[in-house]
Design a protein around this ligand. Structure first.
Ligand SMILES: *Cc1c(COP(=O)(O)O)cnc(C)c1O
Length: 425
């Protein structure tokens, strides 16, 4: 499949007059169409809610768009909770799925009325001590251990992951929670990441539905929701088949009818916590070619670096690149596309077939809308870029300004040398 940018060279030239590259650009139209499909895919389940994983793209303007489609917020830290509070998310619109959680974060989650999803059985006492009394609704994160395999060979290794409770522990946790007055229960699990197959959610759902039936029978707990969490993937590579969320929703419906309905549990709400699937394809890192270097290999140096998009450096992740204005040119050059960090893994592409790149060309790095900007960092004193929303009417709206040196040095402002810094902006 040909991966097409959601913006043209001419549009970028226009935007760059006001906001210099690099920047993260988001496609409002794409975000809305996808959010609508997700809602439709699970419309058979009256209690359904997608809790957008804030960590993927913690921008209030983008989260607000999703909230128009009924989405809640999935938080895992104090600042994520603060963000959701600030945009008016309340109570059960917030899921708090954290791990290794500090006291004060549980306290804030409880204060906002968020649903607390416990990562571990020892957190029952921990939360009770902080809050005095447990909330009436609580969720537990499950880890079945072993290996989770899908038929296309995708697998993940829950047995090696730090998250969740073992099978015996979740039964014990439910009994304890019930004895401490908890009335409504949830189950949560995240067993495989970036699954590009329609099978993942249905297979996970089956496992969790069967667990729910046993849990309810053995502990008498009233299970109100099952949270399939994140992990629904996107096709980073052009040869990958995208997931069909309607087929995924239908797959979950089928196992719901097979397992939960006959057990008299047909009133359970389905929750999801997708991040990547909601935002990934609808964001891009836009960067300009500023240097070319001919040594043992051919290099194109761009004005973005791994501090703006860490996935290639961190995971060796593939991100497709389109040279804007050269969409139909032959890809007859082989380049490494590099950033400026003093780290040799700062490469957006290695040995990539691309059209001939000229200095000043704009590169559109696809699928940076989730776990892109948010994983940014300041190594080498590099600053975080702006985030811009390409609105449905084709105009650009700044939704986060770029960092300035003042932001970078802000945590020194209580020290003497700070006053010697010469800020031009
Ligand atoms: C990261 C995360 C998500 C989102 O994962 P995606 O792969 O982006 O869908 C959801 N829930 C929890 C608890 C997470 O840690």
């Amino acid at each position: 499949m040909n991966k097409k940018p959601f913006v043209t060279k001419e549009q970028i030239e226009e935007i760059a007059k006001t906001y210099p590259t690099p920047f993260h650009l988001y496609d409002e139209k794409g975000i809305r169409e996808n959010a609508k499909r997700v809602k439709e895919a699970f419309s058979w389940n009256p209690g359904f809610r997608e809790y957008f994983a804030i960590k993927a793209t913690p921008n209030p303007f983008l989260v607000d768009i999703l909230r128009e489609y009924g989405c809640g917020c999935d938080c895992s830290s104090e600042t994520e909770l603060m963000l959701c509070d600030a945009i008016g998310a309340k109570g059960e619109e917030i899921m708090f799925s954290s791990n290794d959680t500090p006291e004060e974060e549980y306290a804030l989650a409880a204060k906002l009325g968020a649903i607390i999803n416990l990562d571990d059985i020892t957190h029952i006492d921990f939360v009770e001590q902080i809050l005095g009394k447990l909330p009436e609704t609580m969720s537990c994160r499950y880890n079945p251990g072993g290996v989770f395999t899908l038929s296309n060979g995708i697998m993940d290794n829950p047995g090696d992951s730090k998250y969740g409770m073992m099978t015996e522990q979740i039964f014990e946790a439910y009994r304890i929670l019930k004895s401490k007055g908890v009335k409504r229960f949830g189950i949560h699990a995240f067993l495989a990441s970036n699954t590009v197959t329609n099978e993942y959610y249905p297979q996970l759902a089956k496992q969790l539905f069967e667990l729910a039936v046993k849990l309810e029978k053995e502990t008498g707990a009233d299970i109100a929701f099952i949270n399939l969490s994140g992990g629904v993937g996107i096709p980073y590579r052009p040869d990958q088949e995208p997931n069909d969320i309607l087929a995924i929703g239908e797959g979950v419906r089928k196992v719901y009818e097979e397992v939960l309905v006959p057990a008299g549990m047909g009133d359970i709400a389905i929750y999801t916590e997708m991040g990547r699937f909601m935002m990934g394809p609808y964001g891009a890192l836009v960067t300009k070619a500023v240097h070319e270097k001919h040594i043992y290999k051919e290099y194109i140096g761009v004005d973005a670096c791994a501090a703006n998009l860490m996935r290639p450096a961190m995971y060796g992740a593939y991100h497709h690149i389109t040279v804007l204005g050269k969409e139909n040119a032959p890809c007859d050059h082989i380049y490494d596309v590099a950033g400026s960090l003093c780290e040799n893994n700062d490469k957006f592409a290695i040995d990539r077939n691309l059209p001939k790149i000229d200095m000043g060309d704009y590169l559109f790095i696809h699928d940076a809308g989730a776990h892109g900007f948010s994983m940014g960092y300041n190594y080498n004193g590099r600053l975080r870029s702006a985030e811009i929303l390409l609105q449905e009417d084709g105009t650009a709206k700044l939704i986060r300004r770029a960092e300035t040196p003042k932001d970078y040095f802000a945590t020194f402002d209580c020290f003497d040398f700070y006053k010697n810094l010469k800020f031009e902006k």
